[in-house]
Design a protein around this ligand. Structure first.
Ligand code: AMP
Ligand code: GLY
Length: 423
């Protein structure tokens, strides 16, 4: 099977790494890719959000399966264009990608299908948003609609903060919702249009600073599995949240195909949906890929072709951790061009260093984005995985980079028997 992977980040490096090891993967092409991905795939310069260009490349290279990493190509209709051209694709249509593209769409679907989620109202103007505030307790959550990479969300601890967030957002689609108390966990589910299979759970650290402080980022680290999502809670989330969603999407004539990423709040009343993403998380994907056993390419082909009845889903016993190395300045303006050395030495420690924002320059490697490296290691316990990841990280020479030293802290403290307050 010839595979075309779309994307250029750490998530796609991990996907390419795993696909390359799959017995059923023949040629692996990635567009546009990055220097890390070039270790496993032939990288082709191309705009992954241009449906016609993607189809042209897939046809020219006899591609049997397109795997879409990020959400932007999905929202742009790349999966629709591939399907229309008869090319199998693992990734939802633009209509099904609304589960991530529009928070209002997802909230309405939950209301209709009786899926547990925070109580909410949708508004279109700042005045309506301010008026709606009276119907909620404090803290309250303000969400600007549309793809915002988590940056459009304010958890307001006071009424004044809520009002400020509404004024800052101005007029436009907004969701005001009830604050959910509990611990968060992410569940990654394969959906073939009709059937759902839970793949793995993970937790990420969104804040830039240690102790989960400071501004939100795309994620500074992750680990898998998320022990807080026990098998019983996972089964309940599948039954009460994910499966009814897949059913509702199919009934609406917009079946979901691909990876559904459910962001869950584990409340005293059970799991509730915070949000959906329609793709793997980054850096959760880097943590999950080393846990997948068997032929991953064949697995994704079964998803793409609606053949999940003979799905062969196997996970390694290992626990994994990914620590992100970001460029100074991230999540603001990251410093570009900093030299990166020592990756071979880091990998000699037993870790794998996936690349996100890197570029080849003068025979070496330099930083070219906010999140630069995703150092990933496996172990028997989370503490083992953590020790291995940080030992590898210590070998990396990247003066313009920084990382959090406390990835997994909540879980590591819990493992030591300490009481941990939810985030
Ligand atoms: P979202 O982009 O919807 O995932 O929101 C980003 C983050 O805001 C989530 O990961 C949560 O930490 C927080 N959040 C969102 N909605 C709620 C809610 N209803 N209650 C508490 N925290 C929330
Ligand atoms: N790490 C969260 C995300 O990929 O959206």
């Amino acid at each position: 099977m010839n595979i075309l992977l779309l994307g250029s980040g750490g998530r796609e490096d991990a996907l390419a790494w795993r696909l390359r090891q799959s017995p059923s993967c023949d040629e692996l092409v990635c567009a546009p890719g990055n220097p890390g991905i070039a270790r496993w795939a032939e990288c082709v310069a191309l705009d992954p959000c241009d449906p016609a260009e993607v189809v042209r490349l897939a046809q020219a290279r006899n591609i049997d399966l397109v795997v879409v990493g990020p959400e932007a190509p999905l929202v742009a209709g790349v999966a629709d264009a591939c399907r229309a051209a008869g090319i199998a694709v693992c990734g939802p249509s633009a209509a099904a990608a609304e589960l991530e593209g529009s928070k209002g769409f997802t909230k309405d679907l939950c209301a209709k299908a009786g899926i547990p989620t925070a109580a909410y109202v949708r508004v279109d103007t700042a005045a309506a948003a301010l008026a709606a505030l009276d119907r909620f307790a404090i803290p309250v959550v303000i969400k600007a609609d549309g793809l915002a990479a988590g940056k459009g969300v304010t958890v307001a601890a006071t009424r004044a903060e809520a009002e400020a967030a509404i004024h800052a957002a101005g007029d436009g689609h907004m969701v005001i919702e009830e604050f959910l108390d509990g611990e968060e966990a992410s569940l990654f589910v394969l959906v073939d249009g009709a059937r759902c299979a839970a793949l793995a759970s993970a937790q990420d650290h969104k804040r830039v600073g240690e102790g989960d402080t400071g501004p939100n980022t795309g994620g500074m680290g992750a680990y898998s599995p998320a022990p807080v999502l026990t098998p019983a809670l996972e089964a309940r989330a599948m039954r009460e949240i994910v499966e009814p969603t897949a059913r509702a999407m199919a009934e609406a004539g917009t079946p979901f195909n691909g990876v559904l990423f459910a962001g869950l709040m584990l409340t005293a009343e059970g799991p509730k949906l915070i949000e959906y993403n329609v793709r793997f998380g980054d850096p959760e994907c880097e943590a999950i890929m080393p846990r997948i056993a068997g032929d991953f390419a064949a697995l994704l082909a079964d998803v793409a072709n609606g053949r999940m009845d003979d799905l062969d889903l196997e996970l390694e016993e290992a626990v994994t951790m990914t620590v992100i190395v970001a460029a100074q300045g991230y999540p603001g303006t990251p410093k570009k061009g900093g030299a990166i050395r020592g990756l071979d030495e880091a990998e000699a420690e037993g870790a794998i260093v996936f690349q996100a924002g890197t570029a080849a320059q003068d025979g070496g490697l330099v930083a070219s984005g906010g999140r630069v490296l995703a150092v990933t290691a496996a172990g028997e316990t989370l503490a083992d995985a953590r020790d291995a990841a940080y030992a590898a990280l210590a070998k990396i020479d990247f003066a313009d980079g920084f990382h959090r030293r406390d990835i997994g802290w909540r879980e590591l403290e819990r493992a030591r028997g300490a009481a941990v307050t939810p985030s």
